[in-house]
Ligand binder design. Structure first.
Ligand code: DSN
Length: 423
């Protein structure tokens, strides 16, 4: 029985952590997860994570380890590598990166010297902490220059990227984001990188599942190195990987181990292999298509109900909402949506005049709910529920009506139905 594997020993050993597991499962079951970077892995992926492979030390790479007893670990890591190569069509893949942040650090270390200059998207316009924010290692170790979005369209103006690249002559151009609702034009980025003789790197953490399913333009033919987390749209375990052109394989592998990391997380690598196998199946393509359809339906519904959707819609799995008109900040918006069971996160919007701790926007995504089986008609309804909530943040009676609808929808689409709780 799966539930016994899931919790029975923990319940005996550590009641407090057992309660955390059960409470977290129930929190998910009783609400709608719309944080754009989150998803639900399959039970198979979860089983690989919670396995004997966590016990092993395996510094090195398949066939070249510093410890004995790695014959089975080698099989798992090689399967993960081979499947990822097939999925993305990359020359090489390193599947050992513990997280998106370490993957980015390793990629920089592989290509650059400390102090080199990088051109990336600024965090307050949609970028990521590891793309040069001053409080992050990236901003401390490298000299960053930034592009953003156009003030009017709120989309990346590639001619402006070209202008800045020509002015600052970066050693590396980085295409990637954590909050941008439109497609990235990797071909255009490559043209610019070639013109200024820079490396081109993409961080596809958010869109990896869409790329794998051919539902987003492909970065692999254009980029020297591509990093990604494995747990967002790709629907694998929490972790990351690095892909790229053959000539950078040795530098990347050295940057990962021994450069940045010690023993790899073998249980996570096995889970990555499982998730890549899942992503290679035809139904994963359907899943990626549905993520986008759902995001579009949600954006349309929000617009229909008068909400300010940044750029007017979305091409991918996420959208950004400007909540200024509701007279509340992102902090309160996130909180009141949490209260009715719709989980999102506060987010800066381009040219935000408020602080990152209480910005003018929220970010909403569809990968997790699409996994759970919700479709476009539910998205239409959720759009209305979100607007009803944001427009009435202090009206308990109205919030209760929203909570009721959320509960009904949650029950209709059970999360991990195979997990039978013991209480
Ligand atoms: N925390 C991730 C996100 O939410 O986009 C990025 O690291």
């Amino acid at each position: 029985m799966y539930h016994q594997w899931f919790t029975s020993d923990i319940e005996q050993t550590d009641k407090e952590i057992y309660d955390v597991l059960i409470n977290e499962l129930n929190r998910g079951r009783n609400g709608l997860e719309m944080i754009a970077s989150e998803n639900y892995v399959s039970k198979a992926v979860m089983q690989a994570m919670g396995s004997v492979l966590t016990n092993k030390y395996s510094e090195g790479y398949p066939g070249k380890r510093y410890y004995g007893g790695n014959e089975f670990i080698d099989v798992a890591e090689q399967l993960a590598i081979d499947r990822a190569k097939k999925l993305f069509g990359a020359d090489f893949v390193n599947v050992q990166s513990h997280s998106g942040s370490t993957a980015n650090m390793e990629a920089y270390f592989a290509l650059l010297e400390l102090g080199d200059s990088i051109l990336s998207m600024s965090l307050d316009q949609g970028g990521h902490l590891t793309h040069g924010h001053k409080v992050n290692f990236s901003g401390k170790f490298y000299k960053f220059h930034f592009y953003g979005v156009d003030r009017k369209t709120k989309m990346i103006d590639m001619e402006e990227v070209r202008r800045i690249a020509k002015e600052v002559k970066p050693k590396l151009i980085l295409a990637g984001f954590s909050a941008y609702p439109r497609e990235l034009d990797f071909k255009y980025f490559k043209e610019i990188a070639d013109e200024v003789d820079a490396y081109l790197m993409a961080d596809i953490a958010h869109i990896a599942g869409l790329v794998a399913a051919k539902e987003h333009p492909d970065p692999i033919p254009h980029c020297d190195i591509v990093t990604t987390t494995t747990h967002k749209t790709l629907r694998g375990p929490r972790g990351a990987m690095i892909m790229g052109k053959e000539e950078y394989e040795t530098a990347v592998n050295r940057a990962v181990f021994p450069g940045m990391q010690g023993g790899p997380l073998d249980h996570i690598i096995a889970a990555k292999a499982v998730s890549f196998k899942e992503a290679l199946q035809p139904d994963f393509r359907e899943y990626a298509k549905s993520i986008k359809k759902n995001a579009k339906a949600l954006a349309e519904s929000l617009v229909e109900h008068g909400a300010d959707v940044i750029t007017g819609g979305t091409d991918n799995h996420l959208l950004l909402l400007d909540i200024t008109k509701y007279g509340i900040g992102g902090k309160q918006a996130e909180k009141v949506l949490d209260k009715v069971g719709i989980f999102t996160n506060k987010n800066m919007i381009p040219f935000d005049t408020r602080s990152p701790f209480d910005p003018s926007g929220i970010r909403i995504g569809t990968p997790a709910l699409t996994t759970r089986g919700l479709g476009t008609s539910e998205m239409k309804e959720i759009g209305e529920l979100i607007v009803r909530t944001l427009a009435n943040p202090d009206d308990e009676a109205i919030l209760e009506t929203v909570k009721q609808s959320v509960n009904e929808m949650s029950e209709q689409f059970p999360l991990y139905p195979g997990f039978t709780l013991l209480r």
